[in-house]
Design a protein around this ligand. Sequence first.
Ligand code: GLY
Length: 290
Amino acid sequence: MGIALIVHGGAGEIETVQAHRRGVEIAAQIGWDVLRDGASALDAVQAAIIAMEDDPAFDAGFGSFLNRDGIVEMDASIMDGRGLDVGAVAGVTRVKNPIALARRILESEHTFLIARGAEEFARERGIALVENETLRAPEQIAKWKEWLAHPPRAPGGGTVGCIAVDRDGNIAAGTSTGGMKFKRAGRVGDSPLVGCGTFADNLLGGASTTGWGEAITRVVLAKFAVDALANHRDPNAAAQIAIEHLANRVGGTGGIILANRDGQIGFAFNTPRMALAFVNEQSRSIIAEC
Ligand code: GLY
């Protein structure tokens, strides 16, 4: 058993390859430093995801795709594999780091808060609310103007996620997104849904997904993949089986990262590209791909 961490920065037709590769590499380094300092898997996941939410290369936090109304509307979830505690948030427009809010929800009596109620909860817990304008990256405003004339055909990629295994063998997973390009206001995908976008159970492992949210939701992909770890000790094999199930059962496209309780990591995707970075006690240096 050893500490391990894997992050993803979305799967799809990634246009800014260098920015995605650099962004996942930085996020993995930040999460790895937290883990190496002896902090919990949950802390490492939160730190790595905040780094990607703050990076405009990704469809999460600042830099999220705008919805049809030109608004950033975000979803996130985080899960602690020790006691299956979960925190999730959907449809928030005034929170800089939705994963930090999801973490506060995990620590509360609730599991899932949405929209205005989630923002009220954030304010009560000392998380500052920001103007939506401050989350709208100039590149995304320009794309939104194009989409008003020519709506996008592909849902887009750039959702972010992370799984960490800490020194005590605890596993945590998290996912954060601005959702699909030019989405209808109020549309929620897989990312905040436990078992669809995120799942972690110390008994088996953890997963975070990315891609076409409606298809991923239908097959409850993150839970499907973690369950597959029971029969396939190699997380790469379990991830591949999960992506084949997504494609064969509902014609879905996307990617998944997985870690098992031994700190072995794996991933699979059926899109042109997936941005990811990983490190464990065997490799010790960050391996980033896109
Ligand atoms: N996979 C992110 C979404 O569909 O919202």
